[in-house]
Structures are given as C-alpha cells and as structure tokens.
Design a protein around this ligand. Structure first.
Ligand code: GP9
Ligand code: MN
Length: 402
C-alpha cells in the first residue's frame, strides 16, 4: 500500500507540475456555484433545428453569454448520472463496472464539498427522485454534502411527475425557496430528470412535435430535450429576480449520452450523416456552459472531459492547487498542451486523434491513420485508469490525507 501511495503521489506531482493558473484564475472568488446536470443531453442538440424549430432555444442564447466548450466529452460508464456526479466531485474516473456510489460509498474521499468547506462553502444537492436512488443519501454523506433535497422535500404527485420523478419545471420552481434559504456562499447541484430514457412526456409539455423516424426513442428525445430547455429557462427567469443571480456562477453540462448505439439508424437520419466508429466517439460530446453574470460569452475549443470540470470550477473560484493535488483533471481554461481525454473503456481522444476499438483515427479526416500517431499516449491512458482504480479499490485517500 505504501509504495502504491508513493507511486501515485509522484504521478500527480508530475502531472500537475507544469500547470500554471489561467487568466481566469479567481475571477469568481467567493461566488456561489450552481451546477445544473442536463440529463442525457448530448452536444448535437445545441443549435439543432427540427422543422425550423430550435431544440434548445434557451441554451442557444445562453451560449452567447457564457463560456461554451464544444469539445467537451462525458466520461461516464455504467453508473450513468452517479458516475457524472462522482467524476465532478472527485476528479477521479468511474469504475469499469457498476457505480462507485453503490460499490464504495464508505471510502474516504477528498470531494468538492469537503475542499470548498475550507473556503466556507455550504454544499447541497437537489433532485426530484428518491434519496436512495444510486445510493445518494449514503454517498453524499461521505462526499461531505450538508443537505440533500430529494423527493420527500418536494410536493410530487401524479400530475407533476413522469418517468423517474418530479418534472423539471416544477422541480426548479419548488427548489427556489430552498435555494434562497441556503447559507452563502454555496455549492449547489441540480440534477434534472425529465429528459431520461425512454423520454416520456405528457402532451401539454411538448413544445415541439415528436420526430417521425422508425425509432420512437429518437423521436421522443428531441421533444424531451426541448422541455428540459424550457425548464432551464424558467430557472433562469426565477433566479434573475433574486440577488443570487449576480452572486453566482452557473455551470451546465450533459451527464452522459441519451441515445445509445442501438438507435444509430434513426439518429444518423436526423443528423444527416452516417455514424462511423470514429463518429461514435464524437457523439460522446456533451454540452458545457459556464455562465458568469456580467462576463462576455466566448467559445473555448479546448478538448476536455468531465474529469476536468472540477479543476475548471476551482480555477474560477481561485482554489489553491494544493487543495486539489490528488485529482486527474486540469482546468479547461489553462494553457496546458497535449490534452488527453480518457474514456473508461480505454478509448481516448486528443486534439487531433481518436483511438478506439484498436485503431487510430484522424479527427479531421475521419480516416484511419498510422498507429504511431496514437501510441505515444498508451502508457498515460493506462496510468490514468489504473491509478484511479487503485485509489478507489484500495481506499487510498485514507493515506493521502495524512
Ligand atoms: C435518477 C437519475 C437518472 O435519480 O439520476 O439516473 P440515470 O439512469 O441517468 O443514471
Ligand atoms: Mn443521467
């Protein structure tokens, strides 16, 4: 164990040695952080029109007033939303099977709420499903959350719920009084729910009609994403009426894919191109917006993944490097070169290449290229996943903390 701890400590030291703070460092010092998980939302819905109607009219506008990251990938595995939460809060990789929330909830962690506590932050999570789903209640305790607003904190009835729980619009509406009551500064996560497989929606909540491909899942998806967009709009309308708005930064991101490979026939029809092996990796892009009131919008084309999200938020808040020494991510705002996004199955992508299913592809050409374009990254990819696994399986943060 001791030699493992030394090896991993060395790996992190080397990894973060060359990282210099970005130009954005500390610009959101002391602000509240509001993170909105966009359930099953993939990047291709942004600016997409269906029969002349935008799928995400609000998010498209928000993009103009936000830092927007078009080359941002989800890195979740079987733990789905819980993996996205785990990655965000720990900057570790998820496990290759199952969910860390369920398998290792009693581990010692160095999670976002605990780190931010040093900076006097209060932490809360909001979600309109049962508190035990994904073992959240137990895991949140280990991660250091002060409060979990779950189904029992909301008025949930037949009319205002569908699929897994409370619909997004009433969810945000009912969350607002709770949000206003939190001690500031706070770190608050909102987990949306309505845009969830199999994408069910009552007729009165359909702001655009369903598509007419052969696959109902794909047809309904764009309509539930449109509902989610409306819910986000309603949230911003409400928070703009409070002074919380000016005192907060907003991070919105897609937790994982919504449309799996099985629906590629219908999806390629909607996207208007065939879906190749390399496209399948590109489809794992999820939207990421960071909205800072008063700041101009900017497109940041850095290639990155969910593992980098915490470092990016911490960069904006001005959190010390020392407080996040044991993280795999790097701020998406820093000028780090040779970026690498590692997926749980060993697939990876850089600025120019994608490695998947044993072959290396050029991102621009979409063609297979010589293996030696990808092979320089093989060891780093293995190290990332192995060291993350060792930390989780060995509960190694028990020792790092000393
Ligand atoms: C359920 C919600 C959705 O509480 O987090 O779960 P998912 O299936 O996306 O992991
Ligand atoms: Mn999810």
């Amino acid at each position: 164990d001791e030699s493992e701890v030394a090896e991993i400590t060395h790996f992190f030291e080397k990894k973060h040695k060359k990282t210099t703070p970005s130009d954005f460092h500390g610009i959101a010092n002391g602000k509240n952080v509001i993170v909105i998980f966009l359930e099953s939302t993939q990047a291709f819905v942004i600016d997409k029109k269906i029969k002349d109607q935008e799928v995400t009219p609000f998010l498209n506008k928000l993009k103009e007033e936000s830092l927007y990251f078009p080359n941002f990938y989800h890195q979740t595995a079987q733990g789905k939303t819980s993996d996205a939460e785990f990655i965000l809060d720990n900057s570790l990789y998820p496990l290759s099977g199952g969910s860390v929330f369920v398998r290792k909830p009693k581990n010692e962690f160095l999670a976002t709420p605990e780190i931010l506590k040093k900076y006097e932050y209060y932490s809360a999570s909001f979600h309109g499903n049962d508190s035990q789903f994904w073992n959240r209640l137990t895991m949140y305790d280990s991660l250091g959350y002060d409060r979990f607003f779950s189904k029992e904190d909301y008025d949930v009835n037949e009319e205002n719920s569908i699929n897994y729980g409370l619909k997004d619009i009433p969810f945000f509406e009912q969350s607002m009084p709770y949000l206003k009551s939190l001690p500031q500064p706070f770190y608050a996560k909102f987990l949306t729910l309505t845009n969830h497989f199999p994408f069910l929606l009552n007729p009165e909540d359909q702001f655009i009609p369903e598509l007419e491909t052969e696959q109902g899942v794909v047809n309904r998806y764009f309509t539930t994403v449109r509902y989610e967009d409306e819910a986000i709009k309603s949230f911003f309308d409400q928070i703009k009426d409070t002074d919380l708005y000016e005192n907060s930064i907003f991070v919105l991101f897609g937790d994982h894919y919504g449309i799996s490979k099985s629906y590629n026939d219908a999806l390629s029809e909607v996207l208007g191109h065939e879906i190749t092996v390399k496209d399948q990796v590109e489809l794992q892009k999820v939207p990421l917006f960071i909205h800072i009131p008063g700041m101009k919008g900017e497109v940041i084309d850095t290639v990155g993944g969910q593992i980098d999200l915490r470092a990016t938020i911490f960069d904006l808040l001005g959190v010390d490097e020392k407080d996040q020494a044991f993280s795999f991510g790097t701020s998406l705002l820093s000028n780090k070169k040779n970026r690498l996004v590692v997926f749980r199955d060993g697939t990876f992508t850089t600025d120019h290449y994608i490695y998947t299913e044993g072959a290396c592809y050029g991102k621009e050409s979409g063609k297979k290229v010589k293996r030696n374009k990808c092979s320089p990254y093989f060891i780093q990819v293995q190290n990332e996943l192995n060291f993350s696994d060792k930390i989780i399986y060995g509960d190694l943060f028990r020792f790092f903390k000393k």
